[in-house]
Design a protein around this ligand. Structure first.
Ligand SMILES: [Zn+2]
Ligand SMILES: [Zn+2]
Length: 148
């Protein structure tokens, strides 16, 4: 049994209403900030670092990047990039996110645009298995190696 470990926990900072792309309606949201904690028996004790912020629909509980609150209508690229940005920030390799989109039948040029938007240009890669991640990730989810 793991007694000490690292856990992340999301705290609500704000709430309001927004147009949820998944629900297709105006819904209530919670604006949350997640932090990595050093924990003991699963009780978070010491806050270590911020892991980013997100918007969570209180109806479907899907999570989006905070930019979704900008009132202008989203482009198709942005609509797909927001949920992927959240996946990437929580440690999903960029290759996996790209494959997921390709599996959904999107054209590869469109997929590259979405990935570019979601991941940005500064990325880190795993020296062992060469998976790439967004810059806030420290450890490879595939093999556990520390990223370059
Ligand atoms: Zn929703
Ligand atoms: Zn790796």
């Amino acid at each position: 049994m793991i007694i000490v470990g690292l856990n992340s926990r999301a705290k609500k900072v704000k709430s309001g209403s927004f147009d949820c792309p998944h629900c297709g309606k105006t819904r209530l949201y919670d604006h949350k900030r997640s932090k990595l904690y050093f924990s003991f028996f699963f009780i978070p004790l010491i806050p270590l670092k911020d892991q980013g912020e997100f918007i969570e629909c209180q109806h479907c509980f899907r999570q989006y990047a905070v930019e979704i609150l900008q009132r202008k209508p989203l482009t198709a690229v942005e609509r797909h990039a927001f949920p992927i940005k959240i996946d990437l920030q929580s440690g999903t390799p960029i290759e996996m996110a790209r494959q997921k989109l390709l599996n959904q039948g999107f054209a590869s040029e469109f997929v590259e645009e979405v990935i570019e938007k979601a991941a940005g240009s500064s990325r880190r890669s795993c020296p062992r298995c060469s998976r790439t991640y967004v810059k806030t990730i420290e450890k490879c989810a595939e093999c556990g190696h520390l990223l370059d």
